[in-house]
Design a protein. Structure first.
Length: 224
């Protein structure tokens, strides 16, 4: 009995007594602070729309405003998702990757709102009208392709799917790149009607940087 007690005591050395709360590490606080910031960023557009709606600030055409605003925020959050890897590699903070999934799901959430708003307010919720719009307006068809790329990413974003798919999960999630390219293409052609390309080109340049650094890193790894 005595030898067993000594073994158990030695196994507890360096650990706090049972019942005493452990202090959270600085990295733990940083993780929760960043997680809070991600959720605030993700929920900000929705809160903004509610406030603007209450104050009557949704412009003279609230439906068009919400259709376009939801699409813009879907883009911004998708770009933020793509920015996680470069920032992690440059900063060395591996914990950033833990927040990438949340950003991606928020991007998909606003994408779904964008599609629903277009379907209900622009097409009146009529399936035949929606189907015709996919073929009559090129930027709508391109946007639909982007959404199709994002759907499997959102569905398989859980740890369970990661385990089931194994290495194929990584290959599947490469769909984020064509989804991003198609999204900014959709945005650019949508603004072409008003000859307003400032925002689409800004997003396009940001995407070029985000994809460019990945290409450089990939080339360096394969030429060592």
């Amino acid at each position: 009995m005595e030898s067993r007690d000594r073994k158990s005591d030695s196994g507890r050395q360096g650990q706090p007594p049972i019942g005493v709360p452990q202090r959270r590490s600085k990295s733990g606080y940083a993780h929760y602070a960043l997680s809070l910031c991600v959720h605030l960023f993700g929920l900000f557009p929705l809160a903004r729309w509610l406030v603007l709606g209450y104050l009557g600030g949704l412009t003279a055409n609230p439906q068009e405003f919400l259709i376009r605003s939801s699409g813009t925020w879907a883009l911004a959050l998708l770009w933020a998702t793509l920015a996680v890897t470069p920032i992690r590699r440059l900063s060395g903070w591996a914990g950033l990757v833990r927040h990438r999934r949340k950003l991606g799901l928020y991007a998909f959430f606003y994408t779904v709102l964008h599609v629903i708003a277009w379907a209900l307010w622009d097409r009146g919720g009529v399936p035949a009208s929606m189907w015709a719009d996919l073929w009559l307006r090129d930027f709508i068809g391109i946007g639909a392709l982007a959404v199709l790329c994002l759907v499997p990413l959102a569905v398989t974003s859980t740890h369970g799917w990661m385990r089931r798919l194994g290495r194929w999960w990584t290959y599947l999630h490469w769909l984020v790149y064509p989804a991003a390219i198609l999204s900014v293409w959709h945005f650019d052609w949508m603004r072409a009607g008003k000859n307003d390309f400032f925002e689409p080109h800004l997003y396009a340049w940001a995407l070029a940087v985000l994809l460019g650094v990945r290409i450089v890193w990939w080339a360096r790894q394969h030429h060592r």
